[in-house]
Design a binder for this molecule. Structure first.
Ligand SMILES: Cc1ncc(COP(=O)(O)O)c(C=O)c1O
Length: 311
């Protein structure tokens, strides 16, 4: 069977011009969202080496974790279907177990890909990285490749190092959304020392910088925590309007959890003259567009403006 990951050369995504601000500051976006229709953005990069290793070790399953709207769950389910390996998803929140009608579009999609969904309580979920829990899983599923939440692992960081290509050395700033920090660590490792890697945190976390320091030894990076809009599931009418306007002007869809907030932050900083004169910025489109449907369902319920998906 042909693997979507097994290519002799690293796939390089196109950089698309987005905007020129005052002071000749220019913004481009790396279209990682176009890598693959079902396993796109940083998910493709993060899963690649885990999938290749699972095949090498002849593992029967991929076993991973996530919430009801997780991009990682959707991508792992799709990758399993495409690569012919079974998938198990441990999902946060046991209240969903017997209520299929209440499943998010992400869970319905993962189910349709054949992922076996196992719902666990929020308490048990908090414990999922503990040695005791992982040892128990390993003995229960000896033939599974266990992938951490958000897909972040050493293999994922190695995959994310492939986001940047040699020609990206011309950018002064590389900007990316940050959740667990694995994508950012890969970008930092692959960057040149004159480049600034600027991470925009998608969640309220005080420990992100410590996490990233654990994953890379380079120091040419910083985290901005001003544009998380209150955390993962939170948005505002201003953010949605920005995303819709961005889509109308560029033809590029953004997701409400990561890339929408990233681009909002970059535009806001550029308009406040944060970037030095003549700076060239590259924003990474890390995908996540599968999350739009679930967010629109929630926005409809509270009678808020929706994210447009067609022009
Ligand atoms: C679309 C998207 N962008 C960015 C991120 C952040 O990546 P990381 O968790 O590696 O920081 C995620 C989460 O994995 C994501 O799904």
């Amino acid at each position: 069977m042909n693997s979507i990951f097994q290519t002799s050369e690293v796939i390089v995504s196109e950089n698309q011009f987005v905007a020129e601000f005052s002071n000749s500051v220019t913004l481009y976006i790396k279209r990682e969202d176009l890598l693959h229709s079902e396993v796109s953005g940083n998910k493709f990069r993060k899963l690649k080496y885990s999938l290749l290793k699972a095949s090498e070790l002849k593992k029967d399953y991929l076993l991973t974790f996530g919430g009801a709207h997780s991009n990682h769950i959707a991508a792992t389910a799709a990758a399993g279907k495409l690569e012919g390996i079974s998938t198990i998803g441990f999902i946060r929140g046991d209240e969903l177990e017997f209520k299929k009608e209440k499943w998010s579009p992400t869970l319905k999609y993962a189910d349709s890909c054949g992922m076996k969904l196992t719902f666990i309580s929020r308490e048990a979920y908090r414990d999922k990285d503990s040695e005791a829990f992982l040892n128990q899983l390993e003995s229960q599923f000896p033939d599974a490749m266990i992938i951490p939440e958000g897909g972040t692992s050493e293999l994922a960081i190695k995959g994310c190092e492939e986001i940047l290509s040699e020609t990206d050395g011309e950018y002064d700033y590389i900007c990316s959304s940050v959740g667990t920090g694995g994508t950012m660590a890969g970008l930092v490792n692959a960057s040149l020392s004159h480049q600034n890697i600027l991470g925009f945190s998608a969640l309220k976390s005080e420990h992100l910088s410590e996490e990233i320091m654990r994953m890379t030894t380079n120091t040419n990076w910083s985290i901005n925590t001003d544009y998380h809009f209150g955390g993962y599931a939170k948005t505002s009418a201003e953010l949605i309007e920005f995303m819709n306007d961005f889509f109308r002007k560029t033809g590029i869809k953004l997701d409400p959890v990561y890339t929408g907030k990233l681009l909002f932050g970059i535009f806001d900083l550029a308009q406040k003259d944060y970037f030095p004169k003549g700076s060239k910025i590259l924003a990474i489109h890390t995908g996540g567009l599968q999350g739009i449907e679930g967010m629109n369902e929630r926005l409809r319920k509270i009678a808020q403006p929706q994210i447009i998906t067609e022009l």
